[in-house]
Design a protein around this ligand. Structure first.
Ligand code: NZQ
Ligand code: ZN
Length: 388
């Protein structure tokens, strides 16, 4: 393992088909005023809203509703949430939804009592929290981001054409998260598979860094194999509990800070994908899928040993009689085949990107330095062109 680290994850998870039973006990730990955040209405159609409201009422809570949190939550919505949280003197922010709602709840939690402009402080200046934080709890309905057990909160500013994630510390992690795999059964296939790719990419972002023999990389390989196996079942049979529950658990472990320990981590696919999101508002997982293969093929020669290992250990490529380059290329081909098989978007045009946007997207891309190659701006443009 590389370097020194300390590891603590403070989020309590309740997992399984009956996990909602634990909401009441968690609510009792907080004061009477709850800001209930949710998205565009899926929870009202599938009955999760009714379940949550009933438990909140039984617990005697004063509930202020904050619905309409959009996928890729905006800075304007963040300001609105802060106003609502202040007005109702929120003791707890309860997020019921996917990564967007969970991220939003965390962004509101650190902004309610912030005297500065939260966009400028947390997203442009990347400063730490220096004010009181309102606790957050989550009931997760969409699987992929890992937001239920991490400090990430991604906010989009359409006016400035920037989509930026702030990774907050343990004090901002949700206090609890309820993970019921059956809640994900109503997801449209497009969202379901976008989430699957988000999970894989969270793992590869952390896996493709460093060449050392690292325990974390063996965990990553196991998680990827489980995901690939279960995703194939879920695509054929979306209500297969075993597959959907395995995927839900894999998603949480893919991005709850465990895999990053002892690693430098890459994150360039996410940086390019987020810039694409800032220009198109496209579904997060699909922005990653569209740019991944050109990116990984581009950096493969710089991390050849690891790409070879990825091919053999994750995709079971037989290396006999082949050069390292051939094995690595075969692994990426297997990944491409899987991506096509589960129905991902494989190019940027389908997400609404046009040639004239590429320079702007490259300008909005943060260059990270932890992967096998530090990209130049020209290389980002080249990858975008290849992804078009
Ligand atoms: O808004 P509603 O009506 O609820 O519909 C949502 C939304 O349209 C729908 N949905 C969610 N659960 C459903 C459902 N539809 C039917 N049945 C259900 N059970 O799915 C759509 C997408 O939801 P969203 O929350 O936007 O998806 P996701 O979980 O992928 O979250 C994406 C956001 O998370 C950020 C992304 O950038 C994006 O803003 N990320 C957060 C991360 C983190 N916290 O660490 C890391 C990720 O890399 C990612 O960047
Ligand atoms: Zn992601």
């Amino acid at each position: 393992m590389n370097g020194n680290f300390s590891y603590c994850n403070p989020t309590r998870l309740y997992f399984g088909p009956d996990s909602m039973q634990n909401l009441r006990g968690e609510l009792e730990k907080y004061g009477p005023n709850v800001l209930l955040c949710y998205g565009g209405g899926s929870i009202k159609k599938n009955g999760i809203y009714d379940q949550v409201i009933e438990i909140l009422r039984a617990a005697g809570k004063q509930v202020t509703e904050d619905g309409g949190v959009m996928p890729n939550p905006t800075v304007e919505k963040l300001y609105e949430g802060c106003r609502l949280a202040r007005e109702c003197k929120a003791d707890l922010i309860l997020a019921v939804g996917g990564g967007s709602v969970c991220d939003y709840a965390k962004a509101v939690s650190v902004s309610v009592h912030c005297e500065d402009d939260p966009w400028e402080k947390y997203y442009l200046r990347m400063e730490d929290v220096s004010c009181e934080i309102v606790p957050v709890g989550c009931v997760l309905t969409m699987v992929g981001t890992g937001s239920e057990m991490n400090g990430g909160a991604v906010i989009t500013n359409h006016q400035q054409k920037r989509k930026i994630g702030h990774v907050f510390g343990e004090n901002v992690f949700p206090k609890f998260a309820i993970l019921n795999p059956t809640f994900t059964f109503t997801l449209p296939k497009y969202q379901m598979v976008a989430g699957f790719y988000d999970i894989l990419n969270h793992i590869t972002e952390q896996y493709f860094s460093g060449q050392d023999d690292n325990t974390t990389d063996y965990i990553s390989e196991g998680l990827m194999r489980s995901l690939i196996h279960s995703s194939r079942i879920a695509v054929q049979d979306p209500t297969n509990y075993e597959a959907r529950s395995n995927i839900m658990w894999t998603a949480t472990w893919a991005l709850n800070t465990l895999l990053a320990q002892g690693k430098s981590t890459d994150w360039m696919v996410h940086m390019i994908g987020q810039a694409v999101g800032a220009f198109t508002d496209a579904t997060h997982g699909m922005t990653l899928a569209a740019v991944s293969l050109p990116y990984y093929r581009h950096i493969c020669p710089c991390g050849l040993e690891k790409f070879r290992r990825f091919a053999v250990n994750v995709w079971q490529v037989n290396p006999d009689g082949k050069t390292d380059e051939q094995v690595a290329a075969e692994g990426l081909q297997c990944m491409e085949n899987w991506m096509r098989e589960i129905g991902l978007v494989m190019n940027l045009r389908e997400l609404g990107v046009t040639e004239d946007m590429l320079e702007g997207i490259a300008d909005a891309t943060f260059i990270m330095e932890g992967g096998y190659k530090v990209l130049s701006r020209e290389e980002v443009v080249q990858i975008l062109q290849e992804s078009l």
